[in-house]
Design a protein. Structure first.
Ligand code: PTJ
Length: 266
């Protein structure tokens, strides 16, 4: 990994980039994944690079749904493995979920490399490597290839950095889909039952904490939490967060950080 100075103002963001580049070189991340990350970074800027309140609402509902699930599955692709393998394994243990490798740009080698990376972080059993079947009707991408011990059997599926077609196809199959996607306008965001508009790294961290907090709550209280959740409203709230933030800066130019002696340079 390239050296990133301790005091670099954008250190956290650069570390994530380095993780992706490193795993791109290893063959875990595809080139398209680097582009997808750039789109995500842009939305992360717009939400202020923090977990916004609507994301917190979605995280609470997601934790409730995962705790109530009878067969939860965490779907992992190249980018999510590069950015958050450790979080994914920790969450899978906390909710007793199966981890499945599911790729848009699939190759057996990539699937195996991702499973090996997850195993390095302590994953016991990762499906979706050499046990996949054509399991998602109406989907022509490689994401239709799923495991009968994983997504095919799941009632709740957690997806990250997705393409909307698959989320829609999973919904048609009757799966309850929780998505993590920084873009509140994406098809994935709109097709999922619950959408966490946040960076996958922050979102998983918060989700693990929320699962621990809700673990001993009664089923009735978890059900109530879910009943009160409205994904359309939460997405609208996330869009308002971005709009309000931009309008605030547009109306208060003194809050835009610039180099003070800008004009003296002329
Ligand atoms: O590993 P593969 O073969 O399965 O391919 C993975 C990619 C990411 C290439 C594939 O799924 C893809 O093309 O995804 P999309 O359609 O570009 O969608 C990715 C979505 O994730 C976009 O809406 C991005 O805004 C969002 N995103 C990017 N980085 C992050 C993110 N969301 C959360 N956290 C991020 N770090």
């Amino acid at each position: 990994m390239s050296h990133i100075p301790e005091d670099h103002p954008r250190r956290e963001s650069l570390i994530l980039r380095e993780k992706l580049v490193e795993d791109f070189r290893k063959g875990i991340v595809v080139p398209q994944g680097l582009i997808a990350h750039g789109r995500g970074e842009c939305f992360d800027y717009l939400i202020g690079e923090k977990t916004i309140e609507p994301a917190m609402k979605a995280i609470r509902a997601a934790a409730a749904s995962l705790l109530m699930a009878s067969y939860p599955v965490i779907s992992v692709n190249g980018n999510s493995a590069a950015l958050a393998a450790e979080h994914i394994v920790r969450l899978s243990k906390a909710i007793d979920a199966v981890i499945e490798v599911n790729l848009f740009h699939r190759s057996e080698r990539r699937a195996r490399l991702i499973a090996e990376k997850l195993a390095e972080f302590g994953a016991r059993d990762v499906v979706g490597v050499d046990d996949v079947v054509e399991g998602v009707p109406g989907l022509s991408s490689d994401r239709r290839l799923v495991s009968s011990r994983g997504i095919l059997k799941a009632d709740v599926v957690l997806v990250m950095l997705e393409d909307g077609d698959r989320t829609e196809a999973l919904r048609r199959l009757g799966k309850f889909v929780v998505a993590i996607d920084l873009n509140p306008l994406s098809r994935t965001a709109r097709m999922a039952n619950i959408t966490i508009v946040d960076n996958v790294v922050r979102a998983l961290d918060a989700l693990i904490r929320e699962v621990a907090r809700l673990r001993n709550h009664s089923r009735g209280s978890l059900e109530n939490l879910l009943k009160g959740y409205d994904n359309r409203e939460v997405l609208a709230e996330a869009i308002r967060c971005i709009a309000d933030r931009l309008m605030h800066l547009a109306r208060n130019p003194e809050e835009i950080e610039v180099f003070e002696d800008l004009h003296k340079e002329l």
